[in-house]
Write a protein that binds this ligand. Structure first.
Ligand code: ZN
Ligand code: ZN
Length: 462
C-alpha cells in the first residue's frame, strides 16, 4: 500500500480546508472547504483541482462550517458523484449552510451584474442552489465512535472535537499488507472550557497528525465574557444606541444567546430586547436545541434559547423593521465576518452612527470587512457604496469556538508516542509557524507546515 497526502487548502491560511489522501488509487478528500477572505485566496475557488473531481471516490467532512464544506457543490458541478460522510448533526447543519451558500453565490453574481462592479459582463456564481440540491443526496451520516469502511482496508472513525454541533476529528486507519497505520485529521478543535461545546476527546494514537492552528500562537484571555459584553451594552444604551453583533449562525449565535440570557437572568443588566436576525441562525439554534442533550448534557439542562425579551426575525420584513430601532436593543446577525447576509444591511444603517456599537465576537479573517473594521479602517465598501465608520467598534475575545495554543498542546499531549510527522494547517502564517515552534520546543516532534498544493508521501510499500 502506498499513501500520499496533498494539501489543497488551509495551508498557511485558515480557509479552504481540503486534504487529498491517496491510498493506492483510491482518492478521499478530508473536508472540502471554500476559500474565504483575501481576493487572491477567493480566486483559488475558481482554479481547477489538481485531480479531476470525478476521480475522487469519497469525501469525509469533519464539520459543517463553510471553510470545510463550501466547495462541495462546486465539486459536484465538476463531476464528483461519490459519497460524502459526516456525523448526523453535521449533515443537518450542512443542509442549512450549503443551501445558504448557494443562495449567496447566486445573489453575489446577480448583484455584481446589476451594479456593474465586476470585470465580467455576466458574472457567474461558483455554484447555484440547484447544484446544492443535487449534491445533498450524496451525504451519508454516521455515528460518532463507530468505525466505517471506505474500502476493506480504509477505516474511518469520527470522534468528538467540541467546536460546534456535530464537529469531529477523523481517525483514518489503513490496513496495509504488512502493517496497520493511522492518520488523524483534527478538523477544528474546540476549547477544553466552553459554555456551549464539550471538550475534545483525547486521541489514542497517531502515526501522522494533521492539526489546525487557528490560534496556534495565542493564549486566549481568560476573561469574564458576560461582564465584558454587559459593559459594552450598558455603555451603548447609555449613549442612546444599539449593539450589533455579526455572528456565525452556527455556534457563535448560540453562545451569545447563553451569555445574554445570563446577563438578564443574573440581573447584571435590566431586561432588554435581543433580536436574532438571520434565518440560518434561527434554523441552527433549532438544531442545537434538538441535539443539545447528546452534544452537551450539562448545557442541555436549561433551555438557553428562549427568554422573554428574545425575538427571532425569520422574515425580510421583520429584519427591515430593525433598521428603525434607534436605541436600547441588541441585534445578532450573520455572516460572522460580514462577508454577506443580512448583517451587511445592518452595517449599512449603523456604521455611520456614532451612538451605535459593532461588537466582533469571533475570528475575523484577513481581507474580510470584519477584519478591516476591526483594524480601524474609516471607510468600508458595502453594497456597492462607501460608508464612513463612525460607530464604536469593540471586540470580545472569550467566545472563540477554537482551541487556543494551550488547548491544542494539551490535546496533542494525549498521544503516547510522537507521530512520524505533525502537519500544521488551518492557521495564518504566524499562527501555523508559531505553533510549529511550540511543538518543537515542548514536544520535540517532527513537524511540517505544508504549502498550498504541497504533497507528501506518508507510507510506501506498507
Ligand atoms: Zn470550524
Ligand atoms: Zn475551520
Amino acid at each position: 500500500m502506498n499513501v500520499k497526502l496533498k494539501f489543497l487548502g488551509a495551508a498557511q491560511t485558515v480557509t479552504g480546508s481540503k486534504h487529498l489522501l491517496e491510498v493506492d488509487d483510491f482518492r478521499v478528500l478530508i473536508d472540502c472547504g471554500m476559500f474565504q477572505g483575501l481576493k487572491e485566496l477567493r480566486l483559488r475557488n475558481w482554479n481547477p483541482l489538481p485531480v479531476p473531481a470525478d476521480s475522487i471516490d469519497a469525501v469525509v467532512i469533519t464539520h459543517a462550517h463553510i471553510d470545510h464544506t463550501g466547495y462541495l457543490p462546486r465539486l459536484y458541478r465538476e463531476g464528483f458523484r461519490g459519497t460524502i460522510y459526516c456525523t448526523h448533526p453535521t449533515k443537518s447543519l450542512m443542509e442549512i449552510l450549503l443551501r445558504d451558500a448557494g443562495k449567496l453565490q447566486e445573489e453575489e453574481a446577480d448583484f455584481a451584474e446589476e451594479k456593474g462592479y465586476s470585470k465580467h459582463a455576466h458574472p457567474q456564481p461558483l455554484y447555484t442552489v440547484k447544484d446544492v440540491e443535487r449534491l445533498l443526496p450524496l451525504i451519508e451520516s454516521v455515528d460518532f465512535n463507530q468505525t466505517f469502511h471506505l474500502t476493506p482496508n480504509i477505516g474511518v472513525t469520527f470522534q468528538v472535537a467540541g467546536h460546534i454541533l456535530g464537529a469531529a476529528f477523523v481517525d483514518i486507519t489503513l490496513k496495509g499488507e504488512r502493517m496497520t497505520k493511522n492518520i488523524i485529521f483534527s478538523g477544528d478543535l474546540g476549547k477544553y472550557e466552553d459554555i456551549l461545546s464539550p471538550p475534545p476527546t483525547a486521541p489514542a494514537h497517531a502515526d501522522y497528525m494533521v492539526i489546525e492552528s487557528t490560534y496556534g500562537n495565542r493564549t486566549l484571555p481568560d476573561t469574564d465574557t458576560a461582564q465584558d459584553l454587559a459593559r459594552i451594552i450598558r455603555q451603548t444604551f447609555h449613549r442612546g444606541g444599539c449593539v450589533v453583533i455579526p455572528a456565525f449562525a452556527v455556534g457563535r449565535t448560540q453562545q451569545l444567546l447563553l451569555l445574554l440570557k445570563q446577563i438578564i437572568q443574573e440581573n447584571i443588566l435590566p431586561p432588554f430586547p435581543v433580536y436574532v436576525d438571520s434565518p440560518m441562525a434561527i434554523q441552527a439554534t433549532d438544531l442545537y436545541r434538538r441535539h443539545l442533550a447528546e452534544f452537551n448534557p450539562v448545557a442541555a439542562a436549561t433551555d438557553f434559547f428562549e427568554f422573554k425579551t428574545l425575538h427571532y426575525c425569520p422574515t425580510q420584513q421583520a429584519s427591515e423593521q430593525l433598521y428603525h430601532i434607534k436605541k436600547g436593543a441588541v441585534i445578532i446577525s450573520a455572516s460572522g465576518m460580514a462577508t454577506g447576509g443580512r448583517i451587511l444591511h445592518h452595517f449599512y444603517h449603523r456604521l455611520r452612527n456614532e451612538q451605535d456599537t459593532i461588537v466582533f465576537a469571533g475570528y475575523q479573517s484577513e481581507g474580510t470587512r470584519g477584519r478591516r473594521i476591526l483594524d480601524g479602517e474609516k471607510e468600508i465598501k458595502l453594497l456597492g457604496e462607501t460608508i464612513p465608520v463612525a460607530c464604536h467598534v469593540e471586540e470580545i475575545k472569550g467566545l472563540s469556538a477554537h482551541a487556543d495554543k494551550d488547548d491544542l498542546l494539551r490535546w496533542l499531549r494525549n498521544l503516547p508516542t510522537a507521530p512520524k510527522k505533525v502537519f500544521i494547517v488551518h492557521g495564518e502564517k504566524t499562527s501555523a509557524f508559531g505553533f510549529e515552534q511550540v511543538i518543537k520546543d515542548e514536544l520535540q516532534w517532527n513537524t511540517a507546515v505544508p504549502e498550498y498544493l504541497e504533497a507528501f508521501s506518508l507510507f510506501e510499500g506498507m
